[in-house]
Design a protein around this ligand. Structure first.
Ligand code: KG4
Ligand code: ZN
Length: 334
């Protein structure tokens, strides 16, 4: 069979990224231009600034990826792009660039859902074995998804309030840890001990999550201790927070694996980089004979390689978009 090359573009938040992917799981090259340092001083992503930076960088990133790969747009079989969900002003830059390339070079245009991209980042690790369960943990999403087959996403539970990444970032902020705080809390958690008493989030029979209670508990604890002039042990508080959060994520995910009788678990999204979560799931999956697949660290946070991986199946099914493709900043996966 002929090799399929897809040029993929991702610009849904604060990373401008372009990748060339061969046959869905071979990375020719990926360029990621992160704006983290620009947004850091504001304590989070500023949408207008993110959008302006995407505009300034998108053509440079496309050119760099093609040059590094020693390939031309003519050699591509399709152009893929994240159309949603994400920040409107950011998504539109990638989508307009993709539409322009598709029109100029007469290539099919493939519209990829950002979360489908995160899920398919696991294709770089190994073949997916259906049916499977995927735990999606990112800055915008916390969901348990059942996949009967390729490109079929059934949400069996999700957060009722904050996403887990959002919760990490807000807790980090109150502990004066710079944005994005998730990776730092993870690092501190490995230094400290679980010694603070925090509420267990929504420990019921559903597959839903609720993180607003534990977030408020940490914020109140930090404020009260500050008011009393007491020091907080950020290492121990990070360890306590991470332990409680990863415990409930792992517990509900393992229950879903049992109930749906699947043999493979995928983890997807920025928080899949969390070492505490990986360790807990690894132990539980080994015990229960479940094949755990986690993306390598560079594919956990936003990148275009994952968009190219997801787009491959859409290419095979000819699920193309017209050149009037619109962004969908709040689109659901299912
Ligand atoms: O998937 P992602 O790059 O963006 C969205 O699609 O939302 O996820 C970003 C989120 C941020 O909230 C960041 O703090 C979190 O992932 N994150 C982590 C870790 N690395 C990134 N959270 C906990 N532990 C980590 N090691
Ligand atoms: Zn993401």
């Amino acid at each position: 069979m002929k090799d399929i090359y897809i040029l993929a573009i991702e610009s849904s938040c604060d990373e401008t990224s372009v990748s060339i992917i061969k046959n869905g799981n071979i990375e020719i090259n990926t360029v990621v231009l992160s704006q983290i340092d620009i947004h850091k001083k504001f304590g989070g992503v500023v949408p207008e600034i993110a959008s302006r930076n995407h505009v300034e960088n998108i053509t440079l990133v496309i050119d760099e990826c093609l040059k590094k790969s020693n390939m031309t747009v003519d050699e591509m079989d399709a152009i893929a792009v994240t159309y949603g969900p994400g920040l409107a002003g950011s998504l539109i830059v990638g989508v307009e660039a993709a539409k322009t390339l598709a029109m100029l070079y007469n290539k099919p245009l493939i519209p990829v859902h950002h979360i489908a991209g995160h899920i398919y980042a696991n294709r770089f690790e190994k073949e997916l074995q259906f049916p499977l369960i995927c735990l999606v943990v990112s800055g915008g999403h916390t969901e348990i998804i059942y996949m009967k087959e390729n490109y079929s996403f059934e949400k069996i539970g999700g957060t009722l309030d904050d996403s887990v990444g959002e919760c990490y970032d807000k807790v980090a902020r109150v502990l004066d840890i710079p944005y994005p705080g998730g990776p730092k809390i993870d690092e501190y958690a490995h230094i400290g001990k679980h010694s603070y008493n925090l509420p267990i989030p929504l420990d019921d029979d559903s597959y839903n999550f609720s993180f607003s209670g534990i977030k408020s508990a940490v914020i109140n604890l930090a404020h009260n201790e500050k008011q009393r002039g007491n020091d907080i042990n950020v290492y121990d508080l990070s360890a306590s927070f991470q332990d409680v959060v990863t415990e409930i994520l792992s517990k509900k995910t393992m229950r879903a694996i049992n109930e749906y009788n699947v043999k493979q678990l995928l983890v997807a999204g920025g928080v899949s980089a969390n070492k505490g979560l990986r360790e807990k799931l690894k132990e539980l999956c080994e015990k229960n004979n479940v094949d755990l697949v986690v993306p390598k660290f560079s594919y956990c946070t936003d990148n275009a390689a994952m968009i190219g991986a997801a787009a491959y199946y859409m290419y095979l099914d000819k699920r193309f978009a017209n050149l009037d493709l619109k962004i969908k900043p709040t689109d659901k996966l299912n």
